[in-house]
Design a protein around this ligand. Sequence first.
Ligand code: AN7
Length: 348
Amino acid sequence: MSTSLIERYRAHLPVTDATPIVSIGEGGTPLVELPKLSERLGLEIYAKFEGMNPTGSFKDRGMTLALSKAAEDGAEAVICASTGNTSASAAAYATRAGMRCVVLIPDGKIALGKLAQALAHGARVIAIDGSFDDALRIVRELVDRTPIALVNSLNPFRLEGQKTGAFEVCDVLGDAPDALCIPVGNAGNVSAYFMGFSEYLEAGTSSRMPRLYGFQAAGSAPLVDGHTIEKPETIATAIRIGNPARGQQALDAMNSTGGRVAAVTDEDILAAYALVASTEGVFCEPSSAASIAGVIAARERGDLKEGERVVCVLTGHGLKDPDTAIAESPDMLHLPAEYGPIEKAIIA
Ligand code: AN7
């Protein structure tokens, strides 16, 4: 049986013997070397492949703790606004905890796999004619007026759980890396990594604070542009967020480490997405590839020095978004069930 993430890092987490542990085997995701990209950029690059969590994204790290604490409080229902992955994770962990789950999503703007997950786990899925930011505003009002528990990353336990991603990176490498590249949407995860790295540094478990580089999609880059984006747009639907709830906290965190926030275009995101899939055998979702597009951009602008050790967080699995995968890949061949044409197609 796999140990739960909460058990593994219990000493660092706000749980007690009275906390019922709601777990589906999250965490312990692989840190995969990216040799081709490392060679090309003159860096030592690793992917923290968070798509290997039970629901296929990093959200499970936060959700195990959020649902465990909700269960400890006696909550009967949880709610979130989501661009997809939070809803999939909340639905799974709520099911595990025996709670009802309500999710608000922007209609038509979440990847197919994520919607399938939320529905399969029996969540009440409400698609609204608006953005993620609209959904989050309504959810915040709902939790003020009803006894439903909020499991968006405004819930502090979400960040407490997600900081374990930083612990695992340090545990596997033996120390913190020089830099971390990570996609930024609602800005919870980069804030959580900062917490994790800070705690290990203070405890003397690691010797340095990595420079944190966060990447937003150019059409949804409120932290780069310096203001809320009313109508965020990007192919990377997971990070299609115009008013990040943890924006200031994330900016302060990145700046304090000597890193920065930057934007990457949809074109660069899709190129990076295809690159890791087709040259490294690692399949992440488009939003996750913002960290790959980001490491390339950061090297070009001189933020990353020759030989530095860099971790790119691949936040979600490529299987989440089959539509984009198929649209961005070469076509398949359709042939009759006969030897001749098939041999010809292969040898030609
Ligand atoms: C794959 O599911 O906001 O900066 O509602 O799914 O912590 O928001 C997802 C975000 C990066 C950005 N990569 O993380 C949601 C949601 C993937 C994501 C992010 C998300 P944050």
